[in-house]
Ligand binder design. Structure first.
Ligand SMILES: Cc1cc2nc3c(=O)[nH]c(=O)nc-3n(C[C@H](O)[C@H](O)[C@H](O)COP(=O)(O)OP(=O)(O)OC[C@H]3O[C@@H](n4cnc5c(N)ncnc54)[C@H](O)[C@@H]3O)c2cc1C
Length: 1018
């Protein structure tokens, strides 16, 4: 191994540009005359589009075109397609419903694009979108895959009765039945593989450009496979013939599958560019990405595993309903079938397997391949069954695995796959050793994944081959350009591919460059997904390098006047066997281009070779991960305390990159298991997306002006600034604030850009008079709630009274037995203040638990209390300590201050100036944080001062922070955790949302209160 060759932990060549901000992404591309596209999206999960009136929007400033599905159909632009045909068990073909790039006649999911507005600027396009009037007739919707096939469920597409796309099966049903009949033990499980929304760092983007001179189109696109995009867009959507369409995927910031597919926006940008005669750019924002990037997983499964008396697995039966969403995305049909059913044998010798998959349409975002695509789902099924089976049988799960591992290879599974090689026992043994398995209880998972050979997938219905191509161009000076059909979007191909070439040719890695992502440069390729780039893409390069070596040897033979068969090539040097003659790599490459030195008929000039590599089988790398998790039995809180990963990678080209890939895979697995889930409202006819993300629960449903927007304040002018920067400019001045989305009558995502005036008073008096004078004025403290709320259009103040320059609002001091904290004091100062730590340490502890460092540095105690978010921490501390809120007008005791969710006793022109906390004997705060935002799912603050005991709860109450008199009474008698034993609070009146039910919250109040008292007692 050389310092940069195969096996070396070479630092990624591409990182130089990425970490210095020199990456060139689609949004960095700006074409002359470029204009912007904005998509108006359906706010309904399912609705008939009775009419779309674009007349008013078309007259808005800067608008170049407002296009709808009608125009798209009129121009005969074809539908998007799914490229993998699945045949149902009754022999019928899958029911692929039309998927127009702009919905026509009916919208089938929230976010379905209904119109595109193209304007000179994005802001103008957004403004115009407000004026598009869509007459929707909302229809009943179904989002749950389990319900989609039921009698009476709303039918989404005419072609698919009971929303069923296909009913597929694999394996031997009779053999499986026999195994279950004879079984000694059967393990049965029902589970849901939760829906995931991909979140690449770079959101999707597209630029379409039409060249009237050549009648050619160019698409810059965030795609994982530009050639497939070109093929589908030309051959099926019919925008342009393949040779007239160039697709360029510049740097792409992450994909994980979500950028494999052909999306409506790409088609629309190309189509609109030709209609308008100008380049059209679209860049997704994050909210749009949640509504439009193909989601992952979403399986409902019943699975059974049969064991004989010797604990050998004898059979597996799996029935899965796979949610494919509102339309069939490019490869969606293959994910729950050939990428799932075929992997159900896992690492086990299972003689009989039978798998049935029903794929269904629902009114949700389309689902397609997402990191691992089908294989994680299969692994989850098999490993859960083994794990639970072991417990039921009373056997160590590791021993059950060992007993059932496939031990001889090649191994033909009952579900198509033929495994070439593996040593599963070795990975497990190693992992058990490293994880010190005998020392603790654990859970483990194994995985198998592979790449896709054309013959195998072709026979399974795939519409494209899955080989890969490479071209190696050697320049006269000996430097090398490698053109590959793979595409990198974070994998580090520019380094690993170069390492292989550098080692093989004996040249410095810096003399190798890797070219990819442009259909005009690389003839054809299949892109990057499904763990294929190393196994297939590099293999194609190696094949091309073989040809290069053969040709170079011919040139060397000519140069050294030797027989071609005598030429030896090693370490970048050509030698003539048995002589001291040699020629350096550079001599040979140069001579390859000096044509007069050899006769053209014998040897063509140049040194350039291409190869296509199509493997005969999948690869089956295997591994074993052991994750040790500590679960708090009282709260369900879980913590990963150790992770052991043993993977059989084969030849490792760059260990550093491999480790990075493993880390990324683990992070995504943990994300799915513990943090991520896309949940749709169960209510038909008004589905909305609710993701586990900061502060979603507070924003759902109510539609009322919440928290930061709740109080109308008035005031009087002084040092006037406009917006953030310059709000006079409606577009730029407020861009940082007003790029939110709202659901308007015309569609989701339509945004009103609005101007506001920012005032910076110097005194509380000035601030108060500004509040009194100006209509719809609002105070700004840290802005950590107000600004996101404005972005989401839940508040729209016309005047912002910024308190940052007001004197005397910060600071912490002890006055007698009172701790005084200025309203503008940021959380970090309270958390770290020696005065607070010495006098009321529980308060410092509370402040240190708020959000993340950014939140703690910006958020203020005054803003937090005034906002009275039902999940905020300070309200619990303020109420739990019986503090007094001091305003410009009066003093308000905590018991009188918090009036309900986002409601306080503050009057419209009242300003909190400080908070006064009494010193207490004992106090503690314990919270169960929402893992994403760190807001309190439930938090309990307890304090004892002389005979007064206070227990305040945040997060749990449906109307915000509250005290628990029953607990306080019990604690008054004796201040100890034992006093609370057996005491509970009713679930009635508790909040209930995707993060926790009312019952769970009520339970947590009891648990956390006991813990808080125990902590206070010390
Ligand atoms: C990602 C994220 C995570 C968070 N996590 C947590 C968490 O774990 N726990 C938690 O408790 N909080 C959390 N927060 C909230 C944060 O801690 C702030 O306390 C909160 O955003 C409000 O404080 P602010 O200073 O930013 O107020 P702003 O956003 O500026 O204002 C909020 C509201 O209070 C009003 N207001 C501000 N100051 C005064 C005043 N002096 N008198 C009268 N009215 C006033 C404003 O007009 C506005 O209506 C989180 C916030 C974010 C963005």
């Amino acid at each position: 191994m050389s310092a940069t060759g195969i096996g070396a932990a070479v630092r990624r060549k591409e990182d130089q540009r990425f970490i210095t901000g020199k990456g060139h992404y689609t949004d960095d591309v700006n074409r002359p005359g470029q204009c912007c596209a904005y998509f108006l999206r359906s706010p309904h999960a399912h609705a008939r589009i009775k009419a779309v009136d674009c007349a008013a929007a078309a007259k808005m400033p800067g608008v170049l075109a407002v296009l709808t599905g009608a125009e798209l159909a009129g121009d005969k632009i074809g539908n998007l397609i799914c490229g993998w045909m699945i045949t149902s068990k009754d022999g019928t073909q899958m029911k692929m419903a039309p998927h127009p790039a702009l919905a026509h006649g009916k919208a089938n999911h929230v976010g379905d694009a209904v119109a595109v507005i193209v304007a000179e600027t994005l802001a103008q396009a957004k403004d115009a979108a407000e004026k598009v009037s869509v007459d929707y007739e909302p229809l009943p919707a179904v989002t749950d895959p389990g319900k989609a096939q039921t009698e009476g469920a709303p039918q989404i597409h005419e072609i698919a009765a009971r929303n069923t796309i296909y009913q597929w099966h694999l394996g031997d049903q009779k053999a499986a039945e026999a195994a279950f009949k004879a079984a000694h033990h059967v393990t049965r499980l029902d589970f849901i593989n939760n829906r995931l929304a991909p979140n690449a760092i770079e959101p999707r983007a597209a630029i379409g450009e039409y060249d009237a001179g050549t009648d050619g189109l160019t698409l810059w696109n965030t795609t994982q496979n530009p050639h497939v995009a070109r093929l589908v867009i030309s051959a099926f959507v019919g925008i342009a013939p393949e040779h007239k369409l160039r697709v360029i995927a510049p740097d792409v910031g992450g994909g994980f599958g979500s950028k494999i597919f052909i999306y409506p926006e790409e088609v629309v940008c190309l189509w609109a560019a030709r209609r308008i005669g100008r380049p059209v750019k679209w860049v997704s924002d994050r909210s749009e990405a949640f509504l439009t990037d193909a989601h992952g997983r979403d399986h409902v499964t019943h699975a059974e595993m049969a064991f004989d008396a010797d604990s050998k697995v004898t059979g597996l039966r799996v029935k899965t309903i796979a949610n494919l969403g509102a339309y069939m995305s490019t490869f969606s049909s293959s994910v729950p079938t050939y990428l799932y059913g075929t992997l159900l044998s896992g690492q086990y010798d299972i003689p009989a397997i039978y798998c049935e998959v029903d794929a269904v349409y629902t009114n949700t975002v389309p689902v397609d391949a997402y990191r691992g695509a089908g294989r994680p789902e299969a692994t989850f099924v098999v490993e859960r069954l083994i794990e639970v089976g072991a417990r039921e049988i009373g056997m160590d799960p590791a021993d059950l695995r060992k007993k059932n591992f496939i031990k001889t290879f090649p191994h033909q599974t009952p579900v198509i796959m033929n495994y070439d090689a593996g040593d599963y026992h070795a990975s497990l043994k190693k992992a058990l050793e490293i994880a010190d398995y005998s020392g603790f209880g654990k859970r483990k998972r194994e995985s198998a994944c592979g790449i896709a050979p054309s013959q195998a997938v072709g026979s399974l219905g795939c519409g494209v081959g899955l080989w890969e191509s490479a071209e190696v161009r050697v320049n006269p000076t000996g430097s090398v350009e490698v053109l590959t059909g793979c595409h990198q979007h974070g994998q580090g191909h520019e380094t690993t591919f170069a390492q292989v070439v550098a080692e093989r040719l004996g040249i410095p890695i810096d003399n190798v460059s890797v070219v990819h992502g442009d259909t005009d440069k690389v003839q054809f390729g299949m892109g990057t997904y499904g763990s294929r780039s190393g196994a297939v893409g590099i293999s194609a390069i190696v094949k091309a390098l073989d040809k290069i070596e053969i040709k170079a040897k011919k040139v060397a033979a000519h140069l050294m006047e030797a027989a071609e068969g005598d030429i030896v090539f090693q370490d970048g040097k050509f030698t003539v066997a048995g002589t001291d003659k040699s020629a350096a790599w550079g001599d040979v490459t140069l001579n390859a281009y000096i044509a007069h030195k050899f006769v053209g008929e014998e040897l063509e000039p140049g040194l350039k070779e291409g190869a296509f590599y199509d493997p005969v089988n999948f690869t089956f790398p295997a591994g074993c991960h052991i994750c040790e998790v500590e679960v708090d039995p009282q709260t369900g809180d879980s913590e990963i305390v150790a992770w052991t990963a043993v993977d059989d990678f084969g030849t490792v080209i760059n260990p550093m990159i491999v480790e990075g890939q493993v880390h990324g895979g683990i992070a995504q697995g943990v994300g799915q298991a513990l943090l991520e889930s896309v949940i749709y409202d169960k209510e038909y006819d008004h589905d909305e997306i609710a993701l586990e993300s900061p502060r979603h629960q507070g924003l759902r449903g109510s539609g009322r002006d919440r928290g930061a927007g709740g109080r109308h304040q008035r005031h009087h002018g002084c040092d006037r600034d406009r917006g953030f920067g310059d709000a006079c400019d409606r577009t730029d001045g407020v861009a940082g604030i007003a790029e939110g989305q709202q659901q308007t009558p015309s569609g989701i995502g339509a945004t009103t850009m609005y101007a506001f005036t920012q005032h910076r008073p110097a005194t509380v008096r000035q601030a108060a008079s500004l509040l009194a004078k100006e209509e719809e004025a609002k105070l700004l403290a840290g802005g950590h709630t107000l600004i996101p709320t404005m972005k989401l259009r839940l508040a729209g103040p016309k005047h912002i009274v910024d308190l940052s320059k007001v004197e005397g609002l910060t600071g912490i001091e002890m006055t007698g037995r009172s701790l005084i904290i200025g309203a503008m004091t940021p959380h970090v100062e309270v958390a770290t203040s020696q005065v607070v730590k010495e006098n009321i340490p529980a308060l410092a502890d509370l402040a240190g638990k708020i959000g993340d460092p950014a939140v703690r540095h910006r958020g203020t105690i005054g803003g937090s209390i005034a906002n009275n978010d039902p999940n905020a921490d300070y309200p619990a501390g303020v109420l739990g300590l019986g503090a007094t809120i001091v305003t410009n007008k009066r003093r308000i005791h905590a018991d009188e201050f918090f009036k309900g969710m986002f409601e306080t006793a503050l009057e419209p022109d009242e300003i909190i100036t400080k908070v006064q906390f009494p010193k207490v004997n004992k106090a503690a705060y314990v919270k169960f944080p929402n893992p994403a935002s760190r807001y309190a799912l439930v938090g309990v603050f307890v304090s004892k001062r002389s005979s007064e005991v206070r227990v305040a709860v945040t997060g749990a109450g449906a109307s915000g922070v509250f005290r628990v008199p029953t607990f306080e009474e019990a604690l008054k008698k004796r201040f100890g955790a034992k006093s609370l034993e057996g005491l509970t609070i009713p679930a009635d009146g508790m909040a209930s949302d995707i993060h926790g039910s009312a019952e769970y919250r009520a339970h947590l109040v009891g648990v956390l209160a006991r813990r808080a008292v125990a902590a206070a007692v010390g």
